[in-house]
Design a binder for this molecule. Structure first.
Ligand code: NAD
Length: 339
């Protein structure tokens, strides 16, 4: 049995990754500070080989104690502030978790390495947003220059670069992955897809930023988790891997597809309409990834079409979302507008 520390394992992708790892014979240590984005359903009381620590990754001494206690084979770092609008509203939290937090993890690994022969692999989960806006029809590759637009993207870009410096200088065994937009069960309803589904469930109108033409590549979360496990086993240390599905849709296309599927699944009349609202400041028009490298190296392929993934997602929200999150007050509240 392998041992893995997951940071941010009460969040959207981390919780789905924990489920995937337990099916691959892992002992899991989940470290999460428990924030508004954490999911109560992710306490994992049904999993045997599992430990949870309520901890901010910035608490370096406690973090290193956990690392020394369990001597994990891998650390998957998913602890982060993740919502672009929140980063526009309050960038400081993003610097703290996404840059200083990663610095603490790196320092812990540097300290661990001084007295331990075991190589702990760090898998750092980053985003396509580090590459910034690209022209329609183009795709970002791993060697492209970073060009982040939001404080969120800049904080992720910073942590990627910090990790590169620790790989080179201190020989920390790390791999960085840059994934496109995820969707699936358990995402806090402030990002596009859970916001659409939430409003459909409540029969509210669906707010779309700007003209709705912003294009993203969309991956079902299980496919991302599968890629992370494959990269952690087969990826080359010190390298970076893009993870994309190849499924590109603009926000209006996403919304229309979800409305149509929601009506079929729910089988009742729905009054929700699309309404266009003021755009996000600095809103990137298009992200798209070239994911040839991971496909060649690990033979990973995404398995879920958008229709299949969205069906599973809608079903989860209809059944579970009302009782899932710690913070019920801020669903749908607009933030991140510069006055
Ligand atoms: P999320 O916001 O749903 O969950 C993040 C979790 O991390 C929360 O449970 C939160 O409590 C925890 N956390 C935050 N700061 C912490 C800290 N300082 N110490 C301990 N725990 C902390 O996020 P997500 O969507 O699951 O994203 C996970 C990672 O994947 C992030 O690094 C994000 O940048 C990256 N990513 C996300 C997407 C996406 O579409 N969601 C796409 C590409 C990459």
């Amino acid at each position: 049995m392998k041992t893995a520390i997951i940071t941010g394992g009460l969040g959207f992708i981390g919780s789905n990754l924990i489920r995937a790892l337990t099916q691959n014979n892992y002992f899991i240590i989940n470290i999460d500070k428990i924030s508004y984005a954490s999911n109560i359903k992710n306490i994992f009381s049904d999993i045997k080989n599992y430990k949870f620590y309520k901890l901010d990754i910035n608490q370096k001494d406690k973090f290193i104690d956990i690392v020394k206690k369990y001597n994990p084979d891998k650390i998957f770092n998913l602890a982060a502030e993740t919502h672009v609008d929140r980063s526009i509203e309050n960038p400081k939290n993003f610097i703290k978790s996404n840059i200083l937090g990663v610095f603490c993890i790196l320092e812990s690994l540097r300290e661990y390495k001084k007295s331990n022969k075991k190589k702990i692999k760090l898998i750092h989960i980053s985003t396509d947003e580090v590459y910034g806006d690209i022209k329609l029809g183009k795709k970002s590759i791993e060697t492209d220059r970073y060009n982040p637009s939001s404080p969120y993207a800049a904080s992720k870009a910073s942590s990627d670069l910090l990790i590169y410096s620790y790989i080179r200088t201190y020989k920390i065994p790390a791999i960085i992955t840059n994934c496109c937009n995820n969707y699936g069960p358990g995402q806090f309803p402030e990002k596009l897809i859970p916001t659409i589904i939430y409003n459909l469930i409540k029969d509210n109108n669906i707010p779309i930023y700007g003209n709705g033409k912003n294009m993203r590549e969309w991956i079902y979360v299980d496919d991302h988790c599968d890629a992370l496990i494959k990269v952690s086993d087969q990826g080359i240390l010190g390298e970076q891997y893009n993870v994309g599905s190849g499924i590109k849709l603009n926000n209006i296309e996403v919304t229309k597809k979800i409305i149509s599927l929601f009506k079929k699944i729910n089988n009742k009349h729905c009054n929700s309409k699309i309404i266009f609202v003021k755009d996000r400041p600095g809103h990137d028009v298009c992200y798209s990834l070239n994911s040839s490298k991971i496909k060649q190296k690990t033979k990973w392929r995404p398995k879920n079409s958008f229709d299949i993934g969205i069906k599973k997602t809608i079903e989860w929200y209809i059944e579970k979302f009302d009782t899932s999150f710690f913070n019920k007050k801020n669903y749908g509240k607009r933030i991140g507008l510069i006055k």
